[in-house]
Design a protein around this ligand. Structure first.
Ligand code: G3P
Ligand code: MG
Length: 261
C-alpha cells in the first residue's frame, strides 16, 4: 500500500472515506461495516472513532454511551472490554448483524492489515476527561504495532489530543476537526497551525470559500463530512476538497466514476 498523502494531487478526484465503515449499509464502527468498505474498489480510507473502556482498552465506538448502537447501556468507560464484548452491536441496525461486537482498535487494524488507509478519530469524553496522553499513546502504540504508521490520519474535535499525538510522534499526520460553536471565525491555518496539523476536517454545511482559500494558501488538506447522498459531491469537488467522508462511500465512488467519463 502507498503511504498516505493527506493532499490529493491535482490529477485525481478527492479521497473517498468510509465514515464509520459503510455505515449506511451495515452497523457503524463494526467489522461488518469495515469489511464492506474493503470489498469496494475505489474507497481509499476508513474512518472510525476510538475511546477507552474501563480497563483502558481502545475500543471503536462513536458515542460516549452504548445504548444507541448496542444492547449495552450507559457510558462505555464504565465497562471492561470483557463486559463490552457481551453486547450485540448489530441488531439495532438489522437482525442479520446480531453477531457483531464492538471491536477493539487492535482487531480492526489486524483485519485491515494494510488494505486501506485509516482515519482514527480520537473521541474525548466531556464527563470523563482522560489523563492527557493516555488514549493518544495507546492509539499510537497500536498503529505502530500494526505497522500502519504511514497509513493513518489521526484527527479529533479535541485539538489538545491532536497536539499530543504530534508531540509523541512528530511524524504522525494529523487533522483538526472544526467545531463551529467553539472555532467560529477562526481560519483553518490558525486552528491547524497551533497543533501542527496537516488536514482540516469540516462539516459540509460549515465549509466556506474563505476557509478553502486559507487552507489552500497554507498547504492544508481539506476533508468534508458527511456526504451521505451524492447531491453535494460535485459542489465539493468544485471547491477542491481533498477528501469526502460518507456513510455511503460506495455510492460516492460510483458517482465520481460516472461523472469522470
Ligand atoms: O471526522 C469527521 C466526523 O467523523 C466527525 O464527526 O460525530 O461523525 O465522529 P462524528
Ligand atoms: Mg468520527
Amino acid at each position: 500500500m502507498q503511504p498516505f498523502q493527506p493532499k490529493t494531487t491535482p490529477e485525481r478526484s478527492p479521497y473517498v472515506i468510509a465514515h464509520r465503515g459503510i455505515s449506511g449499509k451495515a452497523p457503524e464502527n463494526t467489522l461488518a461495516a469495515f469489511k464492506l468498505a474493503c470489498e469496494m474498489p475505489g474507497i481509499d480510507m476508513i474512518e472510525l472513532d476510538v475511546r477507552l473502556s474501563r480497563d483502558e482498552e481502545v475500543i471503536v465506538l462513536h458515542d460516549r454511551t452504548l445504548q444507541r448502537t448496542s444492547t449495552g447501556n450507559g457510558a462505555a468507560r464504565g465497562y471492561t472490554l470483557g463486559e463490552i464484548k457481551e453486547f450485540d452491536a448489530g441488531s439495532w441496525f438489522h437482525t442479520s448483524y446480531s453477531s457483531e461486537r464492538i471491536p477493539t482498535l487492535r482487531e480492526v487494524l489486524r483485519f485491515l492489515n494494510g488494505r486501506r488507509w485509516v482515519n482514527i478519530e480520537l473521541k474525548s469524553d466531556f464527563l470523563h476527561r482522560e489523563k492527557p496522553f493516555l488514549l493518544e499513546r495507546k492509539v499510537l502504540e497500536l498503529v505502530e504495532g500494526a505497522g500502519m504508521n504511514r497509513a493513518v490520519l489521526f484527527s479529533s474535535f479535541d485539538h489538545r489530543m491532536v497536539a499530543n499525538i504530534k508531540r509523541v510522534n512528530p511524524e504522525a499526520i494529523t487533522g483538526v476537526i472544526y467545531n463551529v460553536y467553539r472555532d467560529f471565525g477562526r481560519l483553518p491555518s490558525k486552528l491547524a497551525g497551533r497543533v501542527g496539523a496537516t488536514a482540516f476536517v469540516c462539516a459540509k454545511h460549515e465549509l466556506t470559500r474563505g476557509m478553502v482559500r486559507d487552507a489552500r494558501q497554507h498547504g492544508l488538506a481539506i476533508y468534508v463530512y458527511t456526504l451521505n447522498t451524492t447531491s453535494n459531491v460535485n459542489r465539493m469537488m468544485e471547491l477542491g476538497v481533498d477528501g469526502i467522508l460518507s456513510d455511503n462511500a460506495d455510492d460516492i465512488v460510483a458517482h465520481i466514476k460516472a461523472n469522470d467519463r
